[in-house]
Write a protein that binds this ligand. Structure first.
Ligand code: C5P
Length: 237
């Protein structure tokens, strides 16, 4: 039996992580946060003194690293027994991730690991190349976009609410640099799949994005997410 996959790609700050989390929790499907894997590679390699030009050690590390995403403590990431979620979520770890993500050998070494997340009853996969490279056979692909200004504003609010002091201009520059690197790399650049539904989330909030995606999922996969919502007592508020 083919395990269904919903892919959600796009740059950071478009709301794809929020959408992926909501859909996975409402459908009670597995969730693949592929960006976290690239972040873990960057953080883990750096702390082991493995540089990006040392391809032998880098790919050996990517193939052998033991990572677990806790289901008991959502958001927790453990690499070889060490809790690393705080460092993985840092803005600078995202930038470092995009530097290792240009290396074809790293992408290749992560491919099977990502595909192994495809288990029954289904998978929601969030990233940059989920619909194009990792799960090209997915029948339901979303590609979320938003202007760099709106994405920087969203990230700014998120960080300020967490008590992190940031500079909006610096965030915008980081976003533009990362977009440029992700979109122009030779292997698996950030691009919508030909059969992806493109959603511009500039003027949308999380609930509107979820409602629009739910309508598409109902039409294409025949899954009624609103029914799942009303029947699920454990949804976050
Ligand atoms: O989504 P997130 O911001 O955590 O991703 C960090 C970086 O990892 C991205 O900027 C991108 O360079 C890389 N990435 C990727 N392919 C994916 C997911 C993330 O190249 N499927």
């Amino acid at each position: 039996m083919t395990v269904p996959v919903i892919t959600i790609d796009g740059p950071s700050g478009t709301g794809k992580g929020t959408l992926a989390n909501s859909l996975a929790s409402m459908l009670r499907w597995h969730l693949l946060d592929s960006g976290a894997l690239y972040r873990i590679v960057a953080v883990g390699a750096e702390s082991r003194g493995i540089t990006r030009d040392n391809l032998t050690d880098l790919t050996a590390f990517v193939r052998s690293m033991e990572v677990s995403f806790s289901t008991e403590f959502p958001g927790s990431i453990v690499l070889e027994g060490q809790e690393i979620s705080d460092i993985v979520r840092l803005e600078e770890s995202g930038n470092k991730a995009s530097l290792v993500a240009v290396i074809p050998e790293v992408r290749e070494a992560l491919l099977q690991r990502q595909r192994a997340f495809r288990r029954l009853p289904g998978l929601v996969a969030d990233g940059r190349d989920m619909g194009t490279v990792v799960f090209p056979d997915s029948p339901m692909k979303f590609f979320l976009t938003a202007s760099a200004q709106v994405r920087a504003q969203r990230r700014y609010k998120q960080l300020i609410n967490k008590g992190v002091s940031v500079n909006l201009r610096g965030l915008l520059l980081d976003i533009q640099t990362r977009d440029e690197r992700d979109s122009t790399r030779a292997v698996a650049p950030l691009l919508p799949a030909d059969d992806a539904i493109i959603m511009d989330t500039d003027a949308m909030n999380a609930a509107q994005v979820l409602a629009e995606a739910s309508n598409r999922i109902r039409a294409v996969l025949g899954l009624d997410i609103t029914h799942t919502i009303s029947g699920n007592d454990n949804l976050p508020g």
